[in-house]
Design a protein around this ligand. Structure first.
Ligand code: NAD
Ligand code: MN
Length: 531
C-alpha cells in the first residue's frame, strides 16, 4: 500500500496506483472521498493499447456499492463542505493552481492518451492534451463569475428588493465516452468544479487511464476538499444506472451514443434530475460550387477522418454539387489514398487504430451494408497487411459515392473512417437533405463567398456550423446538439450555466400587513382585527 500523508486534514493515499502486479503493470483503485481505495468487490479489468493489444494497466471494476460510496462522499462534500460556499474568486484561484499542475504533466498525459485511446502521437501531443489544458484553464477563469445577475426593478404589486443568483446544482454524475477521454473528462470536471458542485466521474470502460492520471494529478495538489471529486471505473450500465437513479444525485451529464442517452434520460426521470446530453451525430459537410478546392478537399478529409471518424461531430455526409463533382472527387480520392494508417507512435502516421475489435467489426458491417445498399466504394477500406499492425484494430479509409441520403450508411452513425458522398443539383436540395436526419450536432459549409455560406449556415439545424473549417470547437463558444444530438450545451458561459441553478430572492420593502397584495384576498386574515 502507498504511504499515507496528511493534506488539509484528510488522510489520503499518495498514488492512484494501489499496487503493482507481478508483470509490473499498474493496478488502479477508485478515487472516493479524497483517497484511492480498492473496489469492494476486489475485481479488476485489463486496459489495452488498441494498436498493439498490450495490457497497459489493471483497472478496478467498481460496482453499485462503490458508486454509492462515491455519491455519499460527494453529497457530504456538497452539503457540509466549504467547496460550494467558497467565493468564486477563491475557487478560481484553486482551479488555476490545479491547471498549473496538469500543464506540467502534459507529456505524460499525451503518452497515456496515445497508448490507451489509439490517438496518433501528433494528435495526442499537439491537440488532445494541450487543448484539454486550455479548456480547463478557461473554466478556472470562468469560475470567478459574478453569481448575481441583473434583474429589472419589480414594482408589482408594489416595490420590492430583488436579486437573482446562480448557485451550484449539487452532486453531479458524469459519464463520458472513449473517443477523446482526456478532453471529455475536462469538459465534465472543469465546469462542474468551477460552478461549485461535487461530482462523481465515470470514464469509459475502454479508456480510463488519462482520466485516472488527471484525478491523480489533482489529488496530489491536495487543493480540493475530500469528496468534491470522485472517480469510479467499471461497467457503464451498472454505475450509470446508480448515478442516474440515486436520489442523492442532482444532475446527470452524459456524453455518448444517442441510444444510451435515451436510456439515461429515462432513468433520470424518476428523480427529475437535471440532464445534459451530448450524443451522436451524422453531420453534413456542404460544398458550394464556388468553394476553394485546396482548402475544401483537405478540410473535408479532416472533417471525416480525424481520429478515424471516431468523433461525434465528424462531417460524415459530404454534399458535392454536380457541376464540380468529377474534378472534386478525383482530387479528394487522390488525397484520401495517401492517408497513412500505422502505429500511433510513428510520426508519419496519419491514422492509428480504431478503439476496439468490436468497433472494427461495426465499421466492417457498415461497409457491407453500404455495398448491399448499392453505394459505390470509390475507396474501399480494408485491414492493413503490415505484420506490425496485426495485433491492433486497424482499417484504411472508405469513401462511398452514389449514396442517397436515405441509405442506412447516410443516416446511421458509423463512428469510423467511412465517408458517404451525396451529389446534389441545387443548394436548397442539399440543405433539405442535410437536415433530413435525427441528428443536429454540427455542419460544415465550404464556399469562397462568405455571404452565401452564412445563408446556408443559418438554414442548418445544428448546434455548430463551421464555414471553411471543421472541428474547431472553441472553449468560448457553446457546443451541443439540436434534435437527437442532445440537450444542453457544453463550454463557454453556456456550459458553466448548465452546472448552476438560478435563484430569485424577493424581499418586501415594507413591513405593514395592510400594504400586502393578499390583504383583501384571504378574507379571514384581513378582517376582525380592527384594521
Ligand atoms: P456509449 O453510449 O456506448 O458509452 C458512453 C458512456 O456511457 C461510457 O462511459 C459507457 O460505459 C457508459 N454507459 C454504457 N451503458 C450505459 C448505461 N446503460 N447507462 C449509463 N451509462 C452507460 O458511447 P461510446 O461508444 O463510449 O462513445 C461513442 C458515442 O459517443 C458516439 O455516439 C458519439 O457520437 C458520442 N459522442 C458524443 C459527443 C458529443 O459531445 N456530442 C462527444 C463524444 C462522443
Ligand atoms: Mn465492488
Amino acid at each position: 500500500m502507498p504511504e499515507k500523508l496528511h493534506i488539509q486534514g484528510a488522510v489520503m493515499s499518495h498514488n492512484a496506483e494501489m499496487l503493482h502486479n507481478s508483470e509490473g503493470v499498474p493496478v488502479y483503485g477508485l478515487y472516493i472521498d479524497g483517497e484511492w481505495r480498492p473496489g469492494r468487490g476486489e475485481q479488476h479489468e485489463p486496459i489495452c493499447d488498441p494498436a498493439t493489444g498490450d495490457v497497459l494497466a489493471q483497472v478496478t471494476r467498481g460496482a453499485v456499492d462503490d458508486t454509492r460510496d462515491a455519491i455519499e462522499a460527494a453529497r457530504r462534500a456538497f452539503d457540509e463542505g466549504p467547496w460550494p460556499n467558497l467565493c468564486p474568486g477563491e475557487r478560481s484561484q484553486i482551479l488555476h493552481r490545479i491547471v498549473d499542475a496538469i500543464e506540467a504533466r502534459q507529456d505524460e498525459l499525451s503518452d497515456i492518451e496515445m497508448r490507451n485511446a489509439g490517438s496518433t502521437w501528433r494528435k495526442a501531443f499537439l491537440m488532445d492534451i494541450p487543448v484539454g489544458v486550455l479548456h480547463f484553464r478557461h473554466f478556472a477563469k470562468l469560475a470567478d463569475y459574478e453569481p448575481l445577475e441583473p434583474v429589472p426593478q419589480i414594482t408589482f404589486p408594489m416595490r420590492s428588493y430583488n436579486f437573482v443568483q446562480r448557485e451550484p446544482i449539487g452532486v453531479c454524475g458524469q459519464i463520458i465516452p472513449w473517443n477523446f477521454p482526456f478532453l471529455m473528462a475536462v469538459w465534465k470536471l472543469a465546469p462542474a468544479l468551477a460552478a461549485g458542485n461535487a461530482l462523481v466521474l465515470k470514464p469509459a470502460s475502454l479508456t480510463p487511464l488519462s482520466a485516472l492520471k488527471l484525478v491523480e494529478i489533482i489529488h496530489e495538489t491536495g487543493l480540493l476538499p475530500p469528496g468534491v471529486l470522485n472517480l469510479v471505473t467499471g461497467p457503464g450500465a451498472a454505475i450509470g444506472h446508480e448515478l442516474a437513479t440515486s436520489p442523492l444525485v442532482d444532475k446527470i451529464a452524459f456524453t455518448g451514443s444517442t441510444e444510451v442517452g435515451r436510456e439515461v434520460m429515462r432513468q433520470a426521470a424518476g428523480t427529475v434530475k437535471k440532464v445534459t446530453l451530448e450524443l451522436g451525430g451524422k453531420s453534413p459537410s456542404i460544398v458550394l460550387d464556388d468553394a476553394d478546392m485546396d482548402v475544401t478537399i483537405d478540410g473535408c478529409l479532416w472533417a471525416t477522418f480525424m481520429h478515424n471518424g471516431q468523433a461525434c461531430e465528424s462531417g460524415t455526409r459530404l454534399f458535392v454539387p454536380d457541376v464540380i463533382y468529377d474534378s472534386f472527387m478525383e482530387r479528394l480520392l487522390d488525397r484520401a489514398r495517401r492517408i497513412h494508417v500505422g502505429l500511433p507512435a510513428d510520426g508519419e502516421t496519419d491514422l492509428g487504430p480504431l478503439i476496439s475489435a468490436a468497433q472494427l467489426r461495426r465499421v466492417e458491417e457498415y461497409i457491407r451494408i453500404g455495398l448491399a445498399e448499392g453505394a459505390t466504394p470509390a475507396l474501399l477500406g480494408s485491414r492493413p497487411t503490415d505484420p506490425q499492425l496485426a495485433h491492433g484494430h486497424f482499417i484504411t479509409p472508405t469513401i462511398f459515392t452514389d449514396v442517397s441520403n436515405d441509405m442506412r450508411i447516410a443516416q446511421e452513425e458509423i463512428f469510423g473512417p467511412v465517408l458517404t458522398v451525396i451529389k446534389y443539383d441545387r443548394v436548397e436540395e442539399a440543405i433539405r437533405m442535410a437536415n433530413d436526419t435525427i441528428y443536429g450536432l454540427a455542419a460544415g459549409v465550404w464556399s469562397s463567398n462568405i455571404d452565401r455560406a452564412v445563408e446556408v449556415a443559418k438554414q442548418i439545424r445544428a448546434g455548430t456550423v463551421w464555414i471553411n473549417d471543421y472541428h474547431l470547437i472553441n472553449v468560448e463558444a457553446p457546443f451541443g446538439g439540436y434534435k437527437q444530438s442532445g440537450i444542453g450545451r457544453e463550454l463557454g458561459i453556456w456550459g458553466l450555466h448548465e452546472y448552476t441553478e438560478v435563484k430569485h430572492v424577493h424581499a418586501a420593502m415594507t413591513s405593514s400587513r395592510k400594504d400586502r397584495f393578499w390583504y383583501d384576498i384571504l378574507v379571514p386574515l384581513g378582517s376582525g382585527d380592527g384594521e
